[in-house]
Design a protein around this ligand. Structure first.
Ligand code: BGO
Length: 271
């Protein structure tokens, strides 16, 4: 049986470099249906039943850019068997914002902390055990430029895909938000599956336009949803989207404090 593995991450985190390393010359490049965003697929070297897809680089799973829509439609509708989420190790906190969202999709996932050659030059160190604990999934250090760790990351992703083993993140939102997500559960159940239900609940809480269209709720249900969301917004004195964004960053800051030891040379890919 073949497996579909998707590479997902921020723009410039090294996805295409890793994709080339993993697939070599067996690549097909086209466009995603209906849009002029490049679609790259290829067979894993030495394991031709594994198809790797290089997804458009994105900062979040919001529906605001073409790349975001293409990537999230693929992740929700086509559901790869596993995701390799590349994060730029020289910019870990910013990259982990997307990670917290990808984990909500309930797809088996491996985090590849890329640019490790630069991270080491900077003298920075990551505590992989703490990162694994925080995100409930495998974490591998890679340098796509040097071709190290890439095969290990994708092999782990294939293993998880075989077992259908999704991540178990320890991240939760505040008690008030969690209670609202719970209450929204039955309103998203028509569109969501058991695996990606949490993603739908969070997106509904954020009043994500495209998710709202998919849910096609009755007027009474829309009213119920609005009451649940507005109650939290009033009590937290902020809008729902910012509440979620801020709580994600708060969690990432806590994880970073525990898991990153800085050397302070500050090199990035542009040096
Ligand atoms: C340029 N280590 C290092 N040091 N660099 C890496 C690594 C790594 O592990 N992985 C990727 N890069 P993409 P997306 C460049 O192109 O794969 C570099 O968007 C340059 N180009 O080589 O394109 C990679 O697909 C001139 O760098 O990312 C590339 O995710 C000067 O990160 C960049 C410096 O990689 C983005 C870098 C003309």
């Amino acid at each position: 049986m073949g497996f579909k593995i998707a590479l997902a991450g921020n723009p410039n985190c090294g996805k295409t470099t890793m994709f080339n390393d993993l697939t070599g010359s067996s690549q097909y490049v086209g466009n995603w249906p209906g849009v002029t965003v490049e679609k790259k697929e290829g067979k894993l070297k030495g394991q031709r039943d594994v198809i790797i897809t290089d997804l458009p680089g994105i900062y979040s799973l919001s529906p605001y850019t073409l790349e975001e829509v293409v990537t999230r439609d693929y992740l929700i509708k086509e559901r790869p068997d596993a995701i390799v989420n590349l994060v730029d190790g020289t910019n870990l906190e910013r990259n982990l914002y997307l990670t917290t969202q990808l984990l909500e999709l309930g797809i088996p996932m491996v985090i590849a902390v890329n640019m490790m050659d630069l991270v080491r030059k900077n003298g920075d160190k990551f505590d992989l055990r703490k990162l694994k604990e925080a995100f409930g999934c495998e974490v591998v250090e890679t340098s796509a430029l040097k071709g190290t760790g890439c095969k290990e990351a994708v092999n782990l992703a294939v293993e998880l895909a075989k077992r259908g083993q999704k991540a178990k993140p320890s991240h939760g939102f505040s008690r008030e938000v969690e209670a609202a997500l719970d209450q929204l559960g039955h309103l998203v159940s028509g569109a969501a599956s058991a695996d990606n239900r949490r993603w739908f609940e969070v997106k509904a809480f954020e009043r994500d336009e495209k998710v709202m269209e998919t849910l096609s709720l009755k007027a009474s249900q829309l009213k119920e949803m609005e009451t649940i969301i507005a109650r939290v917004e009033e009590s937290m004195e902020d809008d729902a989207e910012s509440i979620i964004t801020n709580e994600r960053y708060d969690y990432i800051t806590q994880v970073a404090e525990r898991a990153i030891k800085r050397g302070n040379k500050g090199l990035t890919t542009s040096d």
